[in-house]
Write a protein of this length. Sequence first.
Length: 416
Amino acid sequence: MLIRGRLLIDPTRSPELGWLRIESARIAEIGTGDPPRDQPAQTLGGRDCIISPAFTDAHIHLPQIDSAGCDGLPLLPWLESVIFPAEIWWGRGHALSMARTAARRMLREGTFNFAGYLTSHAEINREAVAYLRDKTPLRFIVGRVAMDRNAPDELTAEDRARASSRPVPSPAMASLGSNNNHRISANPRFAVSCTDELLAEIGWWHKEHPEAIIQTHLAESQQECALVSELFPRDPHYTAVYDRANLLTPTTLLAHCVHLSDDEWRLIAQRRSIAVHCPAANIFLTSGLFDYHAALRHDIRLALGSDVAAGADIAMPRVARGYIETAKVRRMTVDPDSPIPTPADAWNRITRENADLLGWPDTGRIETGAAADLLVLRVPETWLDEHIVGRLIYNWSSRLIESRIIAGQAVDPAKL
Ligand SMILES: [Zn+2]
């Protein structure tokens, strides 16, 4: 296969006209200008097309795929009245159809890789993971949610019983994610839903499986932080609760990180854990404005996530826009020195950097030898200038995507 267009190899520079030769699912050759005469039979793209790496979402809840837009509540009441019922619904036999909807929507918006959450039901989640692995081309890290308190019985029973399921990936579930493109993580929901014992059990498990990924939420809303200090009165702060349980590791994804002290930022930096900034969700639930300046000051490893359904939008370019806008609002309000990410920085994060942080350094980039995971974007001719990346972010629509190429194959999300 040959793909022609303006190659978004480095989003800080105007993309130049060129071509990619795809062979055995990889980018075999990159050329500038017009393609060679002996072209392969299948050619995609054209002179008005932008060729971009596909997107990676570092935080999404598949069971919440139809819950976006239920507005008016802050985090904790929203979980209770909108999200827990949706997760119960997933567990009552709807997991496969919801997983399919989520996969279709991600692919439609150009997201080919994600790290996400399922629910706390072991058995049905095994089926959902098998579906994602066998019937979709997505790369993923997913985990069964571990939770044993402060939620309906139907969601906490399995972890309270510690019988039919373990808080950590069971061998049956772990075997579903046996290669690097499909991995099973441990997902303690957050400190509010987990007893000390449950967190400790996951921490001990991680000591035996240091390569495994842990996903959790940290300091999303102030009400949540206050409740955590009531539930864990002996810990000096929220981040220490996870650290005491051995849950702050270089393979830990900490979603939100909105309300953190300097001590907490330092601890996260020291442990090399990854903060996942979910800008749309933070605004939707009025949780707060992520402190990008602090993350930079502390040299935090930073990923971006949609956090569907607290984030109403699954499209990563819109998440990138929220990332820029949150920093702008902070500069206009609380921090006149707040740096503002450029569109190129934001594009890099939703492509290459998110992929690197999730352990997939062979995708999210246009490089010889990288996986041919690409988007062919058809844009108006007038966009083809030095502002192209900002134009893509601020005018994003899935209609811009002409073709989705995953591992060298054109994929149609409607056919999943
Ligand atoms: Zn979340």
